[in-house]
Design a protein around this ligand. Structure first.
Ligand code: ATP
Ligand code: MN
Length: 275
């Protein structure tokens, strides 16, 4: 049984690498001059010693693998990061099409009202978006919800802790091969994380699913929080219901007993938000 599991893992890893290497040439060509400049400056400051291959090319962003340089030690917030620590570098896309989609999350988000009204400028918007993910990640971190630690933001480039080992990113829950017991455990952790995000961090993820949860060292790690909104956002309830439905849909195919969407929603909301 373990052999099957290992083979599946190996296949998954290989598939990942294949995808990245095939697309790498195209991706790198697409890096616009501004992005190249930011990455160049970060290298020059020795924030990273090496910027390596790409981990993911999504519709929202590309994520690259990098190793830290000693430049991070000069910055108060990152002075504890050792040299050669693995990093994930998320570069948000500036294309106008991506933006239209983001509006429904930014509209009604009081943290961003000023930026939004003054920010018809796509470059400003994408920076705001990156800043939002940084702040949301910080909040998760501050409240003990497992997520990558955000380290540095430069324009629309977010540098964070890499989740994985020896250069291999942790699999998304969607791709991970878990035993039935591990799946039960993942389910409970997922429900607890969703609840903690709401009651402690006062955030609704907005895209909470097996695609944005990583499975690392037997723990659920929450990622992709750029679209997450404050709990009092006008559409927070709607987004939270969808998040609960995603959890139910995924785990109802994997576990014997799972909460209904309503029961999970009630569990998340039970005590409202903590002070
Ligand atoms: P997509 O549009 O594909 O969902 P995205 O733009 O929403 O991508 P993320 O979901 O944040 O971006 O990241 C994309 C992928 O990159 C993740 O599924 C994960 O595999 C990888 N990734 C992101 N952050 C990290 C990290 N800190 N450590 C390891 N891998 C990461
Ligand atoms: Mn994602």
């Amino acid at each position: 049984k373990n052999d099957v599991k290992n083979a599946q893992r190996a296949a998954h890893k290989a598939a990942n690498i294949g995808l990245c290497q095939d697309t790498r040439a195209t991706t790198e060509q697409v890096l616009d001059p501004r992005t190249r400049l930011i990455l160049f400056k970060l290298l020059q400051r020795n924030a990273f010693a090496k910027l390596e291959g790409c981990l993911s090319t999504g519709k929202e962003a590309n994520v690259y693998y990098a190793l830290s340089g000693d430049g991070l030690r000069d910055i108060e917030a990152t002075k504890d990061i050792p040299t050669n620590a693995p990093l994930a570098v998320k570069v948000y896309k500036t294309s106008i099409l991506v933006f239209r989609d983001r509006r429904r999350y930014v509209d009604g988000e009081h943290r961003f009202e000023k930026g939004y009204t003054s920010g018809k400028n796509p470059r400003k918007m994408v920076q705001l978006w990156a800043e939002k993910e940084l702040r949301n990640y910080k909040r998760l971190h501050a409240h003990g919800v497992r997520a990558p630690r955000p380290l540095l933001l430069k324009g629309h480039v977010l540098v964070m802790e890499f989740v994985g080992s020896q250069g291999w990113p942790a699999p998304r829950l969607h791709d991970a091969s878990l035993s039935p017991d591990e799946m039960e455990d993942a389910y409970v952790q997922t429900c607890v994380a969703l609840r903690a995000m709401f009651s402690r961090c006062k955030l609704v993820h907005g895209d909470f699913s097996e695609y944005n949860l990583l499975w690392f060292e037997n723990e659920i790690v929450v990622i992709d929080v750029s679209q997450s909104v404050e709990w009092d956002h006008p559409r927070a309830t709607e987004f939270l219901r969808k998040d609960c439905a995603n959890v139910r849909d995924f785990f109802s195919r994997k576990c014997e007993r799972v909460l209904s969407v309503k029961a999970l929603y009630d569990f998340v909301m039970r005590d409202g938000v903590a002070d």
